[in-house]
Design a protein around this ligand. Structure first.
Ligand SMILES: *Cc1c(COP(=O)(O)O)cnc(C)c1O
Length: 367
């Protein structure tokens, strides 16, 4: 059996006719940029997440940068983020004028609350937790630290659409957040796309200007902006995809439970929290990231047996890209980095394929 890590074409082929119907409709209307389909998708996305406002943008990286700018980040402000995240979190902070300060990752692969406070300096302005792998951090803990030190919260919720902490969706806790619709993301579309969520009307108004050259609806230019709009065709695709999204989440949680049933308790392997291990967390399993004592050997073994896996971020945490000027040492995160391996987790997988992957891991650990 061959189980690739991801099947990009499946995103399209699994709903080909629906995409073609949308393309025909949008194309014949000539509705390409800042049109009705975008506004409708934004409304549906806000409703789905419980955010007051959603703003479609070109990608989540731009979205996070503009969110930080709209929220009033100033040059030289330090922003704390978890080192186990995509480079994009730090580059968004950098280009918004801030200084990205990495914090250790905790045992559940999200920011370690107990390490946040020691990174705070007089220049610290914000905390930007990444809701990684489709799991939302304990936001009560983050909020308590933010309140105590007078800090803002921004969420990198690129991987966490529909994930919840205590019944509240990722991306709705702080000043603003970003969501990504990159093809491999949980709600992945046919190219680059993203959104910003916010409950703050001023931030929303700033974002609407920032994404469109700083221009208002009378073509007056009020500030220096960007061209970072979510194009209307993608918004129409995404609106169509969002209708089926609850069943996508359900299926991913089913796949995670299937991994858990077969791999739970195997010595030398640590699994992500299972779907029903803690009622406060509603995880959507953007990724299924395990730990192994013999990670590199396991990866090679699985490869030989037809199973594709992935080492997160090419094997380096953000602060390990030294050419960007990081010089921190984060021992727990670095040790974790050498142990992490992502197993296949996507909508193209059959139960039999999951069983096959589990059987191979079982064989490796026993042999
Ligand atoms: C994918 C991702 C991003 C960037 O999203 P884009 O839409 O590709 O810009 C940012 N942060 C995290 C954690 C991501 O996984």
């Amino acid at each position: 059996m061959k189980v690739p890590f991801f099947r990009y074409s499946h995103i399209y082929t699994s709903s080909e006719q629906s995409y073609l119907n949308v393309l025909r409709d949008v194309g014949r209307r000539g509705a390409f940029v800042l049109q009705q389909d975008l506004a409708e998708f934004e409304q549906a996305l806000a409703q789905f997440t419980g955010a007051k406002y959603a703003v479609g943008v070109a990608n989540a990286t731009d979205g996070l940068q503009m969110a930080l700018m709209a929220g009033g980040l100033e040059a030289g402000d330090e922003v704390l983020f978890c080192a186990h995240t995509m480079m994009a979190t730090a580059s968004a902070i950098h280009y918004a004028g801030g200084i990205p300060v990495p914090v250790e990752v905790g045992p559940d692969h999200l920011i370690d609350f107990s390490k946040i406070e020691m990174a705070i300096t007089p220049k610290t302005r914000s905390i930007c937790p990444t809701q990684l792998n489709g799991r939302t951090a304990n936001m009560d803990r983050v909020q308590a630290i933010a309140d105590k030190h007078g800090l803002q919260i921004y969420e990198d919720a690129a991987q966490a659409l529909g994930s919840k902490w205590n019944g509240k969706c990722a991306g709705t806790f702080g000043v603003a957040s970003c969501i990504s619709f990159y093809p491999a993301k949980v709600l992945g579309t046919l190219g680059d796309a993203g959104a910003v969520l916010t409950n703050n009307e001023d931030v929303y108004n700033q974002l609407m200007l920032l994404r469109n050259h700083g221009r208002d609806d009378k073509d007056d230019v009020l500030l220096w902006g960007f061209n970072s709009r979510l194009d209307n065709l993608h918004a129409a695709f995404l609106h169509m995809q969002l209708k089926d999204y609850p069943s996508v989440i359900e299926r991913r949680r089913e796949l995670a439970a299937r991994y858990q049933d077969q791999l739970g308790g195997i010595e030398g392997i640590i699994l992500p929290p299972s779907p029903d291990s803690d009622a406060r967390h509603f995880d959507i399993y953007q990724n299924y990231e395990i730990e192994s004592d013999r990670r590199d050997e396991l990866k090679i073994f699985l490869e030989k047996n037809g199973v594709g896996t992935h080492i997160p971020w090419g094997g380096k945490l953000v602060h390990q890209f030294h050419r960007l000027g990081f010089d921190q040492s984060l021992p727990f995160s670095e040790r974790l980095m050498s142990r992490m391996l992502m197993l296949p987790m996507n909508m193209s997988l059959s139960n039999e394929e999951i069983d096959y992957v589990c059987a191979q891991i079982f064989k490796f650990c026993r042999g």
